[in-house]
Write a new protein. Structure first.
Length: 345
């Protein structure tokens, strides 16, 4: 079962091929990714119309590349998978349209995949894949959620951000400090040279008694501190970056450990772009080691949006009997689509 996967939910065009033959975890044969960061830097954020147009230019050349890298031809593809949502509507339509047109031309099956399910399952492509059941921390630019995962398709929402996601907190705080887009990675690099206790910043909802997150107040606190520093901001920027990162990571780690206690599970999966943050990994590793919890991450190159996670999710859903190979090439996209909505209890 050869699966071709397309990811086009935001500002990265991803194409990948996996082999889902048999009952084992689908094997990644090849993947390619194009990031639009350079294009969007001039605007300080993603411009949806530009993102959609760039996906159109990139998706077919990337498809040619992954087929060559995998040593395959297009007719050998059995299933074409694409990100159905959530994401930017126009960007999603590019991937969905190309996937359905390609499948129709080939007379092959097509499947729409949930973007967050792709992230959640992406650690299965790592050298240290998890086992079910586990708690998942999905942490990215648009989403911060804790999920209980009992098997493929069985997802229980434990807590989520009620305003800004962790990735937004990184990016917006970085912008307040005058750092370039995308701000999160720049803030993390700057934080390496700062004092993480230099500024006392809030840890919103840390003691709320539930597993929800809130980072909007932290962003406001960073803005207030930056204004107080005034002309001294440049000299203290590394300290402010380190203090901001420490506050975000502290909340993510403690809420994750609270989820482990609440569920009684002993395995944690971390997925999404923020999962590549070095301090988050270090702190989670230490906290999990103390509690005897196994923690799993995607490979660093698969933390961002990518086609491999979409093809993988399609394959694992087929193996779990949650999908069947079928024709029908009409499609829609779901810019807002909760992961719990696809859960099979």
């Amino acid at each position: 079962m050869i699966i071709l996967g397309f990811e086009s939910s935001c500002d990265e065009t991803g194409v990948a091929i996996v082999d889902a033959s048999g009952t084992g975890v689908p094997k990644l044969l090849a993947h390619a990714l194009f990031s639009q960061i350079d294009m969007h830097q001039a605007y300080g954020g993603v411009v949806p119309e530009l993102a959609s147009r760039d996906h159109i230019q990139r998706v077919l050349p990337l498809t040619t590349q992954v087929l060559q890298d995998a040593g395959l031809v297009l007719n050998q593809v059995d299933l074409v998978a694409y990100t159905r949502g959530p994401g930017l509507a126009g960007a999603l339509l590019v991937g969905a349209g190309v996937a359905c047109a390609m499948a129709a031309a080939l007379g092959k099956s097509v499947m729409g995949v949930h973007h967050l399910e792709g992230h959640l399952l992406s650690p299965f492509l790592s050298n240290d894949p998890p086992e079910f059941p586990f708690v998942a921390l999905l942490v990215s630019g648009g989403h911060t959620q804790l999920m209980r995962v009992d098997r493929v398709g069985s997802y229980e929402l434990l807590g989520e951000s009620i305003d800004d996601a962790a990735g937004e907190a990184f990016d917006k705080s970085a912008k307040l400090m005058g750092l370039p887009y995308p701000g999160g990675p720049h803030l993390a690099r700057l934080a390496e040279h700062g004092d993480s206790i230099a500024f006392k910043l809030p840890r919103p909802l840390l003691h709320s008694g539930n597993l929800d997150f809130s980072f909007a107040g932290l962003k406001t606190a960073v803005l207030t501190q930056a204004k107080k520093l005034g002309d001294q901001l440049d000299a203290r920027k590394a300290d402010l970056a380190a203090s901001t990162q420490a506050a975000i990571v502290d909340v993510l780690v403690k809420k994750s450990m609270a989820a482990m206690t609440q569920t009684g599970l002993s395995r944690l999966v971390v997925a999404g772009g923020v999962g590549a943050n070095a301090l988050l990994r270090s702190e989670l590793n230490a906290a999990c080691a103390k509690r005897g919890v196994r923690v799993h991450y995607p490979e660093l190159h698969l933390c961002t949006d990518n086609g491999a996670m979409i093809a993988l999710a399609a394959g694992m859903r087929l193996q779990a009997g949650l999908e069947t190979l079928q024709g029908g090439y009409t499609f829609d996209v779901l810019p807002r689509w909760g992961l719990a909505e696809i859960s099979q209890k």
